[in-house]
Design a protein around this ligand. Sequence first.
Ligand code: PLP
Length: 228
Amino acid sequence: MNSLKESRNQVLGQIEAACQQAGRQAETVQLLAVSKTHPSEALREMYATGQREFGENYLQEALEKIETLADLEIEWHFIGHVQRNKTKHLAEKFAWVHGVDRLIIAERLSSQRLATQPPLNICLQVNIDGQDSKDGCQPEEVAELVQKLSQLPHLRLRGIMVIPAPHNTAALWDAKTLFNQVKTLHAHPEDWDTLSMGMSADLEAAIAAGSTMVRIGTALFGARDYSK
Ligand SMILES: *Cc1c(COP(=O)(O)O)cnc(C)c1O
């Protein structure tokens, strides 16, 4: 079995190669280590290889890890579905929330973010390819949401997050187009710098289309076991 250091180096190599292919600098793509279902010890081991940004999907599991790993300087990203009644923990414990798709959620996060903390980084989740089962706002709603969310005081609206269906490369390019189109509507356009897309299976295609943050789980930690 690969050590976590080896698998991380492999993924970093993939990112570098994809950037080179796309004529981009490797530093323009950030690696988010998606650690859901994996124990805190695995995160600690990954941290020791230099990884600082971790993404979690399930709030209770994430809160336990945040507590267990409080001695590390991890930047915590919440990439799961945001439930309206769970925003307080997200606002207080995370640096980033990627799954925001409604104004009411953003308003709650902004009002619950402590004044002593830096603004909470937000990505607007967009259902870019019209999947029935997926969360995310509709592409037509993005313009208005960018206008409104970018004015909330304790948030920094950073960009768009998408999870297209497997092999839907066109959707990745659609996300990039939409990302570019709405920048001028942002109250602080310089904050609009993040296109969160690309997972283990479509990392290269996502980077080709302009991703600035790939969310990688399986390729870093191995297959997930949901039985526990
Ligand atoms: C689980 C998850 C990932 C990581 O997926 P892999 O295929 O394991 O790389 C990325 N993004 C989101 C939103 C996820 O839920």
